[in-house]
Design a protein around this ligand. Structure first.
Ligand SMILES: [Zn+2]
Length: 241
């Protein structure tokens, strides 16, 4: 195949644009925020599960606490009634003795119930602290997720703008190159990792970086500059500088 030297140069220009498009597309797929957001989602899920357990626990402790407060209150009421009766001075000696005995028993019972209540309160505080901690974790993670999403969106927009600009450049360049040459380039590019045409760099192929052997170099020297060369190693279109 033959193509004017200028056309061959344009092909290298096209390759640069296509490489930039490929690079940008890969960057778009590999934006680090995607993985970071997945990690945040996993942590948020775990936190939500822990929160569900703690919420149940907190509700149970709150019920225990109310029950315990109620118990203490009932004993206190009973004691207040007994003491009022004692203070009234209307009780018989036998009744007085009974009342005094009952107040003693109730005092002991109230102290025990208050100890139990204190224990439940401490348990409640512990569970509440863990709940608050998890809630705070959740808020922090949600904030981080939001920030990462903003960063991801910005990253996507930036790369997409770059891609659109490169695609416009490509569209403008394409009509300037002979269709048969473009078709050959596309065919090679699709099977050669996105690289269809390469410049000769010294005696090396810029595509596979292998040196062109002396016999081939000699042959190339004798060829018409319009002759479209192919690298003997990688079969890419080789453009002389
Ligand atoms: Zn090569």
């Amino acid at each position: 195949m033959k193509a004017p030297v200028a056309q061959q140069s344009l092909l290298i220009e096209l390759q640069l644009i296509d490489s930039a498009i490929l690079h940008a597309t890969n960057r778009l797929k590999a934006l680090p925020e995607r993985e970071q957001i997945s990690a945040i989602h996993a942590r948020l899920k775990k936190t939500a599960e822990e929160l569900a357990v703690i919420e149940t626990e907190l509700a149970d402790v709150a019920i225990d606490l109310r029950r315990s407060e109620n118990d203490v209150e009932q004993v206190a009421d009973r004691m207040a009634k007994d003491e009022a009766r004692l203070a009234s001075g209307n009780a018989s000696p036998k009744e007085l003795e009974q009342l005094q005995h009952e107040v003693q028993t109730l005092t002991k019972r109230k102290a025990d119930l208050e100890d139990a209540e204190l224990e439940i309160m401490m348990r409640h505080d512990g569970v509440k602290a863990r709940f608050d901690e998890l809630k705070s974790d959740e808020v922090g993670l949600q904030k981080l997720e939001f920030e990462l999403n903003v960063r991801l969106e910005n990253g996507i927009t930036e790369i997409e703008n770059e891609l659109n600009a490169k695609k416009d450049e490509r569209l403008a360049l394409l009509p300037k190159i002979d269709l048969a040459l473009v078709e050959l380039y596309e065919k090679i590019r699709s099977s050669s990792g996105g690289l269809g045409a390469a410049l000769m760099v010294g005696i090396n192929c810029g595509g596979c970086n292998l040196a062109i052997n002396a016999i081939e170099l000699e042959r190339i020297k004798g060829l018409d500059p319009e002759e479209v060369l192919r690298c003997e190693e990688c079969r890419r279109i080789l453009v002389r500088p």
